[in-house]
Design a protein around this ligand. Structure first.
Ligand code: HEM
Length: 189
């Protein structure tokens, strides 16, 4: 019963993490196309609680995954170890993106000059980090479902990371075209 409950919690945490990525992607996309600062503020507010959701679901995935692996007596296999490493590897990218998005939020709210905000929003690292995390996340899901051997596990994560880099490069080449962020932010009081 405990095992099945933890499988459920594990999958729920994976869904939560995927939803958080979707919210981050949508907010970033909409912020970059905002017609004015008020619209950008509306979208940046969506990311407010994301660090908590991402941090909690990441920890739940790690600990529930660790327990499930132990119960399956699968720690001698490669895929759980590769999954742990991949999950730990993507964490700093999420942390740095979160920090930069919080800085953008502060800039927007403090009515900093808008070309500085546009510059921060155009930051290519945000695109790179999001693409890398999304693809490595999907690689981990493949590890969970296919449970491959050592070499195949490493190839899956390496291919996922490469796809993340490629999709980020394509996304950056298209450009974000943030030119309309020119109206002043509303005064708050
Ligand atoms: C982003 C990270 C992770 C995601 C998205 C994820 C997702 C999933 C999913 C969707 C399943 C169900 C697969 C199935 O039943 O066919 C699963 C099962 C499992 N996961 Fe993860 N997982 C993650 C991290 C981890 C980690 C780090 C470990 C090991 C330390 C782990 C260990 C397991 C185990 C042992 C199962 C099998 C449970 C069972 O079927 O009895 N997971 N995971």
């Amino acid at each position: 019963m405990l095992y099945l409950t933890l499988v459920y919690v594990h999958v729920l945490a994976a869904l939560l993490l995927a939803s958080a990525f979707a919210v981050e992607a949508l907010s970033l996309w909409r912020m970059r196309r905002a017609r004015n600062a008020s619209e950008a503020i509306l979208w940046v507010e969506f990311t407010g609680k994301l660090p908590i959701v991402v941090g909690l679901s990441g920890l739940v995935l790690l600990f529930s995954g660790g327990y499930l692996t132990a119960r399956m007596a699968a720690w001698s296999l490669a895929w759980p170890k590769v999954a742990v490493v991949a999950l730990v590897l993507i964490a700093p990218f999420g942390a740095i993106s979160g920090k930069r998005i919080r800085a953008i939020r502060r800039m927007l709210l403090s009515e900093t000059n808008h070309s500085a905000v546009a510059g921060a929003l155009n930051d290519r690292f945000l695109t790179l980090s999001l693409n890398l995390r999304l693809w490595i996340f999907s690689g981990i899901v493949l590890l969970m479902t296919a449970r491959p051997g050592g070499a195949a596990s490493l190839v899956i994560i390496a291919v996922s990371a490469t796809l993340g880099l490629l999709s980020a490069a394509i996304g950056s080449r298209r450009g974000v075209g943030l030119t309309a962020l020119d109206a002043p932010a509303p005064t708050r009081g």
